[in-house]
Design a binder for this molecule. Sequence first.
Ligand code: ADP
Ligand code: ZN
Length: 519
Amino acid sequence: MLQKAREILKKYYGYSSFRSGQEEIINRVLQGKDTLGIMPTGGGKSICYQVPALLFPGTTLVISPLISLMKDQVDALHSLGIPAAYINSSLDYEEAAERIRQAGRGRYKLLYVAPERLEAKGFLARMQSLPISLVAVDEAHCVSQWGHDFRTSYLAIAPFIQELPRRPVVTAFTATATEEVTRDMVRLLSLKEPRIYITGFNRENLTFSVIRGENKRDFLTHYLANHANQAGIIYAATRKEVDNLHHWLKQKGHAVGKYHAGLGDQERAHNQEMFLYDDIRIMVATNAFGMGIDKSNVRYVIHYNMPKNMEAYYQEAGRAGRDGEPGQCILLFGAQDIQVQKFLIEQSPISPERKTQEYKKLQGMVDYCHTTRCLRQTILKYFGEETVPEKCGNCSNCNDNSQLTDITVEAQKIFSCIWRMKEQYGASLVADVLKGSQSKRVKQYGFHQLSTYGLLKEYTVKQITDLIHVLIAEGYLFLTESQYPVVQLLPKAFAVLKGQEKVLQKIRQKEQVKDIEDD
Ligand code: ADP
Ligand code: ZN
């Protein structure tokens, strides 16, 4: 069967091999087993259900909420000579009825439908008379209220499948990998003993960089001067920040536009169009920009502020290099970014349970900003991919050739201070105590009498806080998940305190920032 699948891949799509993950999913589907594929947009999921669709007898039903995508997919299938159609609200009544009739006669190998359609009685009747071998559910996270795109109509999918005379194979896809959503997808889509495949997250043409402790505007000034003719997106956390940056860049003579939810529909559409057609080079935007954007030649995505979690970051950064040419994904980290994101979580009208979840994800993002490991490896591990290289050679950490510095003594001072503060306070208070701050809070708790008070007074509070974050990212410290997280010691820290382990860290040199700007 797999051999046949490869032949189809070659014959219809002209590709000589499956990407890792595609082959496993297809193999499993061909064995008649349910699957859940977690892969990002552009990861190559279409092939995962289209190839089995061509091998199975009968029709494959593809359920998708994205109307524009359906048309593109069907056009693409037609150009490959594969009979396919879509049915959604863009068709008038007559057209839809005709396509349903044709589908009922088994005219299509693939039929794309919006989930709302499943609830129509007439549609079910037609489908019941048809051999349906496979149902592919796109954007499967829409079935979960934990996700951000919950759609009631997705709940109709499982009952619909139940009503079919023979249960088809069901294969679902999403780019969202959190535990709650995964559990919901399996349960609410009634997947039968599904294997879950996480795949397609690696984007080899993208270079990842994190810049910490730099003046962000200076960085932009240099970077943009060296990338004047390239299209790029600069994401900022708030509308106000977008307005300020936009104003500043415009004054400096850049062809720049902006996009955020505070602008009128017309202005947003206009700016988006200008960017799409290269009339402006730089788009400064909040995360409102991007849904459904398909501009292939974006050469860089700079995050002026750290986003709220890795999912958001990777989705936004992933808008670089869609054409397969090199793209740069640069994150400019500043400590105040954490405060902004915490504030946004606190303000959002979500349950305490969800808030805890959001704080946890935020910490994953902060860890990314502080890790000294390969950034690509960090990303892929976060998303749960199994085949992850130790080093990619194409990120700011892999390319960081600065010397390892022994910071064991500093780390021991930090750990012992946290221990003496009984592991009940946040990073900034720990930093204040180590700095020897005269602040009221320090005095109030009597921390100025601790033996660790002022032990790192030669450092700035910011440097100490930074170091604490590095130690969190590297698994020495644990940060509890709440609005006021508390730092606690992990086993690795005790090993350091006992002198059994050293802490080595790369301290980034200035020149490296220049490397990133110049290439
Ligand atoms: P998705 O549906 O997950 O958004 P697509 O199926 O459209 O992604 O695939 C994204 C791109 O990758 C397309 O250009 C597709 O042709 C290409 N692609 C997918 N599978 C392979 C493969 N095995 N070999 C080469 N290119 C592939
Ligand atoms: Zn790397």
